[in-house]
Design a protein around this ligand. Structure first.
Ligand SMILES: *Cc1c(COP(=O)(O)O)cnc(C)c1O
Length: 377
């Protein structure tokens, strides 16, 4: 058995003919920068997500940075972000000389909710970055209501949740990343919708904002060599767009495969009292970017990880340090928030192998080893 955290090779082999054809055709067309595939992918993604405007860019971090740049914030303005996230969500705030205000997340969902966001609010708060961590939406109705009454922008970090939807109380649904003012995503190879290198996109239903995002991503110009503002150079590569056009067609199938694998884990691990299985929120679908369990006795987390590795099973700690404990943020955040849940999660989480090609036999083996570990203790 060759268990992998993510199996990109097998996934590629299943669609190899289509991918090879699309990439070769893009190479032969020789429109390497902003080739027709980029525009086509933009249209495809608009159709898939139901959002009015998709603005492709070079990667997910750029997407977040450009989204913040488009809001015309002033140095010292505050942006609320979860402490328990990937660094990019918080990093871009600091890079723009804005102040990241880290708030705690809910133990069950790993996501921020309004009760945490409220605690971070001040007269300087201008925006919130909800991160749909591990493939599940934040509770967007309450976040959007809170944002509206406090005049805040909402930039969704949807890098881990492409293909998931948020369900409103009237049971209508929207794709994650299309609920806030701007949604940002990454097409990094291991994400749910991924290419074979770097890529990213922003999504917005606001035409004026979308135009601005597009301008900033292109050196602040909408007419070539006429620069209306400072921007950057952030483009989705034509070859990657060709790959993404093929892979977008399989996204729902991939989400289902991940979901099935998660249900298998749930069934196989349901009697293991030493760990807490992932929680599925009633207002969101879950696309299981990660299948992340919590180890009740935090002292055993690292030895479980080693035990699994000795048995040929990879696992990962997403994330070992909350942002408030990162050196990079020590002098730029506003301190004082209670971040005990984030700090506890960093010590107790373990993500198990999760990808579209995981087999039931592999999962049975993984579950058996986890049970064996806790029995022996
Ligand atoms: C991957 C990721 C990003 C950044 O995407 P890149 O394409 O690697 O720049 C941002 N936020 C979250 C939550 C991510 O998982």
């Amino acid at each position: 058995m060759n268990i992998q955290m993510v199996d990109l090779k097998s996934q590629y082999q299943k669609i190899q003919n289509e991918i090879d054809k699309a990439v070769l055709s893009a190479i032969r067309n020789a429109a390497y920068i902003n080739g027709p595939e980029v525009k086509s992918f933009q249209k495809d993604l608009e159709q898939y997500t139901g959002v009015a405007h998709v603005v492709p860019c070079a990667n997910g971090t750029d997407a977040l940075q450009i989204a913040l740049m488009a809001l015309d914030l002033q140095p010292g303005d505050e942006v609320i972000v979860p402490a328990f996230t990937y660094v990019a969500s918080a990093e871009v705030i600091g890079l723009l000389r804005l102040t990241p205000v880290m708030v705690d997340v809910d133990y069950d969902t790993f996501n921020i909710s309004v009760k945490n966001v409220e605690k971070g609010l001040s007269s300087k708060t201008k925006a919130i970055i909800p991160v749909h961590l591990f493939g599940q939406s934040c509770d967007m109705t309450s976040i959007m209501d809170f944002a509206k009454s406090n005049d805040l922008y909402v930039i969704e970090d949807n890098a881990q949740a492409m293909g998931a939807y948020y369900q409103f109380s009237d049971r209508s649904r929207k794709q994650t990343g299309t609920v806030g003012h701007v949604g940002c995503t990454s097409f990094f190879p291991t994400k749910n919708l991924a290419c074979y290198g770097d890529g990213g996109a922003m999504m917005s239903n606001d035409e004026t904002l979308a135009q601005k995002l597009r301008m900033i991503a292109s050196h602040g110009q909408s007419v070539k060599y006429h620069h209306e503002m400072l921007g950057c150079n952030s483009r989705l590569d034509t070859l990657q767009a060709a790959v993404l056009r093929v892979k977008l067609k399989y996204l729902d199938e991939y989400s289902s495969a991940r979901y099935r694998a998660a249900q298998n884990y749930n069934e196989l691990l349901k009697d293991v009292n030493d760990i807490v299985l992932p929680y599925e929120a009633p207002y969101s679908s879950h696309v299981y970017h990660q299948y992340t369990v919590k180890i009740n006795d935090v002292e055993k987390r690292d030895s479980l990880k080693s035990f699994l590795r000795e048995n040929g099973i990879p696992s990962m700690i997403y994330y070992p340090l909350p942002m408030n404990e990162q050196k990079a943020f020590q002098n730029i955040t506003r301190k004082g928030e209670d971040l005990t849940v984030s700090e506890k999660l960093a010590k107790s989480v373990l993500s198990l192998p999760m990808h579209t090609e995981l087999t039931v036999d592999e999962q049975i083996f993984i579950a058996d080893k986890i049970k064996q570990f806790f029995k022996a203790k």
